[in-house]
Design a protein around this ligand. Structure first.
Ligand SMILES: C[S@@+](CC[C@H](N)C(=O)[O-])C[C@H]1O[C@@H](n2cnc3c(N)ncnc32)[C@H](O)[C@@H]1O
Length: 161
């Protein structure tokens, strides 16, 4: 198994456990959900499948609110720093990015779906520019300079600093 698949599986398992542990469920239900999600951890979604989800608006994974753990722990994360640069791999149209940018931080995201990126800016009433990224064939970067948000449309595994 290649490194990227291992990374995806670990990330997916971590997310599954986090989701399962967030809701106030009975122990039985929680065990049941964890077991169902762990089975899915063996499945790696191809990029085309993600794109299909965005095109068909099957985006149940999108959270319309800022993640409560981020809100709760933001002071610890910042530790008094201002103008921090936050990296959002697999960013989708996460509202957390706008929340951090509104606080004066800068955001760099990576997302394969152009539709997700456009929706992020449009749903947050932000103008944006788009330009190719010569260092990454086929990639584009979408930027709102006022809020200092740059979202790269490319495969995360082709992305480097
Ligand atoms: C679980 S969703 C995260 C959604 C995001 N938190 C939100 O609120 O919209 C994962 C996202 O990663 C994107 N994605 C999956 N694999 C990718 C890859 N290899 N490179 C870039 N983006 C990827 C998908 O299109 C999807 O939007």
């Amino acid at each position: 198994m290649c490194g990227s698949n291992v990374f995806s599986r670990v990330l997916w398992l971590f997310l599954c456990r986090a989701i399962a542990s967030c809701s106030p469920l009975t122990a039985d239900r929680q065990a049941n959900i964890t077991s169902m999600l762990e089975q899915q951890a063996d499945r790696v979604m191809a990029l085309g499948e993600w794109e299909e989800r965005w095109q068909q608006n099957k985006i149940g994974f999108h959270q319309p609110e800022v993640h409560k753990m981020l809100k709760k722990n933001i002071d610890k994360v910042l530790n008094g720093r201002t103008g921090v640069r936050f990296f959002f791999p697999l960013c989708g149209k996460a509202v957390d990015m706008k929340w951090l940018a509104d606080m004066g931080h800068s955001v760099v995201g990576v997302e394969i779906s152009e539709k997700a990126i456009r929706q992020f800016f449009e749903e947050n009433n932000m103008t944006y520019s788009e330009e190719p990224v010569p260092a990454i064939p086929g990639a584009k970067v979408y930027k709102n300079s006022e809020k200092n948000i740059s979202l790269y449309q490319c495969n995360l595994y082709n992305f480097s600093k």
